[in-house]
Design a protein around this ligand. Structure first.
Ligand code: DAH
Length: 346
């Protein structure tokens, strides 16, 4: 093909290119090893010497024209591809978004954390104990020997024979901690943890619940230390105007034993359905650690004294957030849990 024919051919080809692939095919057709321009260039050997220069310039201009067409077309095609892509991947920001439901810590967990903070600020350690426990720690070393009627009140899940059980209270952690202290070190702990009893689940009973145990063993400890300590706790949990009072009670592992009442935070002591019109609510079992308990765990009752207490964290949570069914605390159905949204409860 001569120059004129090649230009004519290119003129036709340039309008029929629609893709990068087609454009590359054209490059091969014109500038490849056997391309039209390449072949024309090889004709130079047949051109008389005096015309070689002009011929060379003509082929060059042909090549340049093709290259500039090629570059331009390439740019246009690439832009088209990009636009196509942007269009297909576009996000329609006018569409309404899905509603984000914000979470909140579980009420029980939050209450336990508050209790932990109060006690840590008073120098207590937060400790753990096993939920699968030995009868020895859950009862015997708390001064509740086998066959003692005090065991009946805690209808216990036994796992293996008479020795291995699901702890019915967090009090065994007292024993475990004292054993570690070897009768030499003062003890200052609280232990929040799950406990189990053979109860039928209903609005106020659960086979699994959360207790918080406390134990302080040191020298010259008395009931008034306990009163001061629990005062601080309940003012923090239920407000500065909350008051505490003791009334006598009975536990095998404390002597004397007390139950602790707080003023009803709902009616502020005026009387309402929550406090059964008394203005007070019993929330804690406590007392001075029984000398037998100290002795069995290696602490000499002539030297050491202490107080212990235990309370139901679920019950406190129910009181604090005005919940009348304890199952609601463990409910994971958001639609129902929402009914106890703290913003509404407070
Ligand atoms: N463990 C008792 C219970 O489950 C609660 C309790 C009472 C714990 C008095 C104590 C205590 O440490 O001193 O009913």
């Amino acid at each position: 093909m001569n120059e004129v024919e090649i230009r004519k051919e290119l003129e036709q080809d340039r309008n029929s290119v629609n893709s990068l692939n087609e454009l590359n095919d054209l490059k091969v057709k014109y500038l490849g090893k056997k391309g039209l321009i390449t072949e024309l260039n090889s004709e130079i050997k047949n051109v008389p010497n005096e015309e070689k220069k002009e011929f060379g310039m003509m082929v060059n201009s042909l090549r340049n024209d093709f290259n500039s067409f090629y570059e331009e077309k390439k740019k246009v095609l690439e832009e088209e591809i990009l636009n196509e892509k942007l269009k297909s991947e576009a996000i329609d920001i006018t569409l309404p978004s899905t509603k984000v439901i914000s979470g909140a810590p579980n009420m029980l967990e939050e209450l336990v954390e508050q209790v932990e903070e109060v006690f840590m600020s008073m120098g207590y350690d937060v400790v753990d104990g096993p939920e699968i426990e030995l009868d020895k720690y859950n009862f015997e070393m708390l001064n509740i020997p086998k066959g003692h009627p005090a065991r009946d009140a805690q209808d216990t899940f036994y796992i293996e024979g008479e020795e291995v059980l699901l702890r019915s209270q967090t009090s065994p952690v007292q024993v475990r901690t004292m054993l570690e202290g070897k009768g030499e070190k003062p003890v200052r702990i609280i232990c929040p943890g799950k406990t189990y009893r053979r109860d039928d689940d209903d609005a106020t009973h659960s086979h699994q619940f959360m207790q918080i145990e406390g134990l302080l063993v040191d020298k010259d400890i008395s009931l008034s230390d306990l009163k001061g300590t629990l005062d601080v706790l309940f003012k923090k949990l239920f407000g500065e105007d909350t008051e505490t009072r003791f009334h006598p009670s009975y536990y095998q592992f404390t002597e004397p034993s007390v139950e602790v009442d707080i003023t009803c935070h709902k009616c502020k002591g005026q009387g309402c359905n929550i406090c059964k019109n008394t203005g007070w609510i019993t929330v804690v079992g406590a007392g001075v650690v029984h000398p037998n308990v100290l002795r069995m765990s290696g602490y000499d009752p002539e030297v050491w004294s202490g107080f212990a207490f235990g309370f139901g964290a679920d019950r406190l949570t129910m009181l604090k957030y005005d919940i009348n069914d304890c199952r609601a605390i463990y409910n994971t159905d958001l639609r129902e849990a929402k009914a106890f949204d703290r913003k509404e409860a407070e």
